[in-house]
Design a protein around this ligand. Structure first.
Ligand SMILES: Cc1ncc(COP(=O)(O)O)c(C=O)c1O
Length: 399
């Protein structure tokens, strides 16, 4: 059934900050280093920032931008930003026994668990740098996503476990075999590599701030979004992007709204409980938003989001499907953005918040109106083409 729940974190307005640990993670120095690294990769190009004027008009917004990560490194998703940067940092720390690669060992094996996109990024980065990758996907993963990872030379397979158990399995396999775990989520005691992954993600935010500055034709200042909607699985991505903009813009940072599938809403539950503990979702998480089907929050991501996100939303699959159609079937002169299930959910939610009467209270609480400038990040393209084409052919609310 179509449903959307939310929690507003009102107390955050005056005490928004990133803690010391996270502040360093997304410091200007660290995020700049990641951006410089990516610029050095052959074929690097900033992904497009589409300006959807006609859609903004239809929804009653001042502005609507969509960053299109389907164009990232030919990988159809943003995730390669994190895996590539983390692997390069691991390799440059080659003599550090804490990282796991011993001096003289020429070929490393990087291992990870993934819903698809991160594993593809790790497989791509490992093979580009002449190393091996082993990739585990949770049960129910799409064959197309598995094939895309194998095509990059990785030893990949679908397990019979859910995402979070697959992460534990990958970690055990790393320990048993002396492989390096490159996981896109952190937990106490495993934070260095996920921290690099998050720094890698911030390259897309750095591109956005450059693109917003470029679009200003005269001497006026760059436009600053008022609202930033971020989709979340474990929350590494949302934490990294929120932290980047908070560090860059301080008090002018847009309102951050975090969105998860209701089948895997671990950050929403953590925000609702507000008891200092991380709350998890267990069992099968069978949302169409495969990339967001993670039941255990990333400790580093939450550390940033808990102080900086204004609202956490948990929603059903209809919103993702509607968002795919909104972006994939543009109106007027708007650019088409091919956006997959996990990429498009933010578009489906902003559409509903602006147009559905039942969500008018949320619209008011978030101060969304015709002066609002909303930034979305379409984090993936049609990574499961069969499902993408099927959903595109359906009517509003169908998935
Ligand atoms: C397309 C896409 N968007 C968003 C995310 C969410 O990232 P995170 O798990 O860091 O919250 C993922 C994660 O795999 C993803 O694949």
């Amino acid at each position: 059934m179509k449903s959307l729940s939310y929690v507003i974190r009102e107390n955050n307005r005056h005490d928004r900050n990133v803690s010391d640990l996270s502040a360093d993670l997304v410091s200007h120095r660290n995020t700049k280093e990641a951006h410089i690294f990516h610029k050095g990769i052959e074929g690097y190009e900033p992904t497009p920032l589409a300006v959807l004027d006609e859609q903004a008009e239809r929804l009653g917004l001042g502005k609507l931008w969509v960053k299109d990560e389907s164009k990232r490194f030919g990988l159809n998703a943003f995730k390669g930003l994190g895996g590539s940067y983390a692997i390069s940092k691991c390799l440059s720390a080659i003599k550090d026994p804490g990282i796991g690669l011993n001096e003289g060992e020429m070929k490393a094996t990087f291992v990870t668990a993934t819903d698809g996109n991160h594993g593809r990024g790790v497989a791509w980065a490992a093979s580009s740098l002449g190393h091996d990758a082993v990739v585990y996907l949770p049960k129910g993963s799409s064959c197309e996503r598995l094939a895309n990872i194998k095509a990059l030379g990785a030893d990949a397979k679908i397990t019979d476990m859910n995402y979070d158990d697959t992460v534990r399995y990958a970690s055990d396999m790393a320990n048993e075999n002396g492989w390096i775990l490159v996981q896109d989520t952190s937990w106490p005691g495993y934070e260095e590599i996920p921290g690099y992954i998050m720094q890698g993600y911030t390259t897309l935010a750095a591109e956005i701030s450059e693109q917003l500055a470029e679009k200003v034709s005269d001497n006026t200042e760059a436009e600053i979004p008022t609202h930033l909607f971020l989709q979340a699985g474990v929350g590494s991505f949302a934490g990294a992007i929120a932290g980047y903009f908070k560090t860059l813009l301080g008090e002018e940072c847009p309102k951050i709204i975090v969105i998860e599938p209701d089948k895997a809403d671990c950050l929403y539950r953590t925000a609702c409980a507000d008891d200092g503990e991380l709350h998890t979702v267990t069992g099968d998480m069978d949302s169409i938003m495969a990339g967001l089907c993670c039941g255990e929050p990333c400790s580093l991501g939450w550390d940033i989001l808990k102080n900086n996100a204004e609202c956490f939303i948990s929603c059903s699959d209809e919103y993702a499907a509607n968002g795919m159609r909104l972006l994939g079937k543009p109106i007027g002169n708007d650019k088409k953005v091919i956006s997959g299930e996990s990429g498009a959910v933010t578009a489906g939610v902003i559409e509903a918040v602006m147009l559905d009467k039942e969500l008018s209270e949320l619209k008011e609480k978030l101060c969304l109106n015709r002066y609002s400038k909303v930034l979305l990040i379409s984090t993936e393209g049609d990574t499961d083409r069969e499902n993408y084409n099927r959903i595109m052919s359906l009517d509003h609310d169908a998935f």
